[in-house]
Design a protein around this ligand. Sequence first.
Ligand code: RBF
Length: 158
Amino acid sequence: MATSLKNLNEYSKQSFADISDKKFGIVVAEWHTDITDALCAGAIETLLQHGAQKENIFRNTVPGSFELTLGAQFLAQNEDIDAVIALGVVIKGDTKHDDYINHAVANGLTTVSLKYNKPVSFGLVTTNNLEQALDRAGGKHGNKGIEAAAAAIHMLSF
Ligand code: RBF
């Protein structure tokens, strides 16, 4: 995928299935909203570009990235939702909070995905500083929201 080519957002679209009738749940963390809004915009634009219907995209917010797991579970347990996309930004600080949150979210989203047998994309940007986060939300390293949406579509095509 994109990252292996060191060229973010250039993913293969060849194997993507028709998603015109698929429903997507997006859960967005409200910390660093300027960045998470950009991730969400990238994700929605990607879904639309690939044929998803606007009315089939459901965006919900959670207070912070730690809550992404439960937000994803609320969406995944809904039988109408085909795939979930979780978006957040965790920036390193003076303490190890980032480690705890990042691991919890990675494990949590994996659990939700396997429990409900649905794609749950990990769109959590985990960086050392704000600049690195901006670089990954529409900056020089692309937009991780686009990649998260592409991953969800790819997995629906599995
Ligand atoms: N949430 C984020 O989405 N990004 C962060 O960078 C972030 N930093 C946090 C730092 C600390 C020290 C704490 C306690 C929480 C932070 N949170 C962050 C919020 C966290 O994900 C969660 O919403 C709250 O801890 C409430 O459960």
